[in-house]
Design a protein around this ligand. Sequence first.
Ligand code: F1P
Length: 348
Amino acid sequence: MNLQPGRYTYREIIGQSDAWSATLAAVEAQIDDLRSWLDRPWAQVVFIGCGSTYYLALSAAAIWQALTGNQAQAAPASELWLYSASSLPQPPSLLTAISRSGETTETLRAVDAYHRLAGDDVLAVTCYSDCPLTVEATRVLIARHAEEDSVAQTRSFTSMLLLAQWAAALASSRDDYLDQLRTLPSLGSQIVDTYEELAQRLGRDPHIERFVFLGSGANYGLACEAMLKMKEMSLSPSEAFHFLEFRHGPMSVVGPDMLIIGLVSETAREHEAAVLAEMRDLGAQVLAIADSPDGLPADDVVALSSNLSDMARGPLMLPILQLMAYYRAIDKGLNPDCPTNLEAVVRL
Ligand code: F1P
């Protein structure tokens, strides 16, 4: 019985950098095999998932294409299953199926459709070694140390993202990028120590009623995932957009009850900062998360201080945003371990 609401979620968020180290250590033994298996001229790589894992797929596809130069895209698993003609990749292709549980019906059916109509090569990224998805896959990456008791994905998301990044490093023979990934666990725990109080203050701020998460490139999937955490754990109105898209209509609803969270990249820093400045002028409160937020137009900042590339530092952006959703849920008397109306796995 879960006596203290949110205790699983809290433990899973706070300890996630340990899960990252353990996950990286566990896949070390697969390096040679995976490197040679991935050493092929894919015409297209497709990443699929559902909910959180679809958002992970968005981020993973952006990273994969940036690193390898191969065309990569993401789709919800249901699209491959139900709209195969418009979403299956051209051969030779690789399907990367991401699912915490490895049991989600749509993901399993998408893999089946891919096998029947498109290709043989499936890489599964999951947290459970004995799940149905692993049976259907050619190669499997498992974040066993990131298994979760809570329904909302937190450490599982970032650990599986790390595995997708790790696979991209091998596919692109980027040993320098692998080295960057290895520094994430220690950076992650420092960020949580430094900014938990800020997450608590913003999560509990009674003046904030709506949340908007902005991110572009590989950060867009992360912005979507942060939006989902806020929505499912705390039942707060929460949306995600690509930075510059926010000007094209959504900014109509900006007001003083809105916190805009910018996941700022180095690639497009100047343009992303300009969006934040404009929204602040319109009255929104702004939180900027960046490697070095000096000079960014924001009321509060999270400095990641990683010196890592935009394609490597993604996992560092999420723990503080997960904590913000957790604290807001607790403040509203909700139990973040069991979001309203949700089950851990959707089975059709
Ligand atoms: C996908 C998922 C979860 C979400 C929810 C229902 O699961 O959408 O992201 O938290 O509870 O299922 P999975 O395929 O990644 O296990």
